[in-house]
Design a protein around this ligand. Structure first.
Ligand code: ZN
Ligand code: ZN
Length: 202
């Protein structure tokens, strides 16, 4: 989701990496055929500064969410992608979202852009305001133990505690299978909508 990557190493790792996160410093700098350093995420913009890894904040945000799909930042992105509803029972989080925005307003804190430090603060405020049975949690749509991808947000969804508990008991039953290679096209289609949603926050 978010901006798509053109870095072949990222595409390959998305299919093969089995851990639930990856250290970004382990990913080599991307170079084109002529040896020019390119943005490590989008792969299409040349980097001109020596210490730069990404061409834009948009690319660094997409990379961070890809590498840490179980973190607050990813939960924030997933909630936006799902229009603040549990992706299974469709429990609507909009009232809690509005309360959290009002709380941020009273403290003169802008509802933050994805990837900014304040996003962690905001999603924590939001989670604390959810009652325990519907607290949102991050779930692998297709379990990693059965071949689901672990990196990136394509195989992730935010679901409420109650749905997560029920789904986990189903996921843990049955045989393990080989890795899946298909991707969720819908997620890429939604990338632009998500960016629009962020802009509305300003
Ligand atoms: Zn880029
Ligand atoms: Zn639910």
């Amino acid at each position: 989701m978010l901006k798509p990557t053109n870095n072949p190493r990222i595409v390959e790792l998305t299919k093969s990496h089995r851990d639930r996160r990856i250290n970004l410093s382990d990913i080599p700098v991307l170079k084109d055929a002529a040896g020019k350093r390119m943005c490590n995420w989008c792969g299409v913009v040349e980097l001109l500064k020596g210490n730069q890894k990404y061409c834009s904040q948009e690319c660094s945000i997409a990379m961070f969410a890809w590498a840490n799909p179980q973190k607050e930042n990813a939960l924030y992105a997933l909630m936006i992608r799902q229009e603040w509803k549990c992706n299974i029972c469709q429990h609507d989080y909009t009232p809690v979202l509005n309360e959290s925005k009002a709380y941020a307003d009273r403290r003169n804190i802008l509802v933050p852009e994805l990837g900014k430090h304040e996003a962690f603060w905001f999603i924590k405020v939001f989670k604390n305001r959810c009652s325990s049975k519907v607290k949102p949690e991050i779930d692998h749509i297709h379990p990693v133990s059965k071949g689901g991808t672990a990196l990136g947000l394509d195989n992730h969804q935010a679901i409420c505690y109650t749905c997560h508990k029920a789904k986990t008991s189903v996921d843990n039953s049955g045989p393990k299978t080989s890795p899946q290679t298909s991707t969720n096209i819908n997620n890429n289609n939604k990338a632009n909508d998500i960016l629009k949603e962020f802009k509305r926050f300003f």
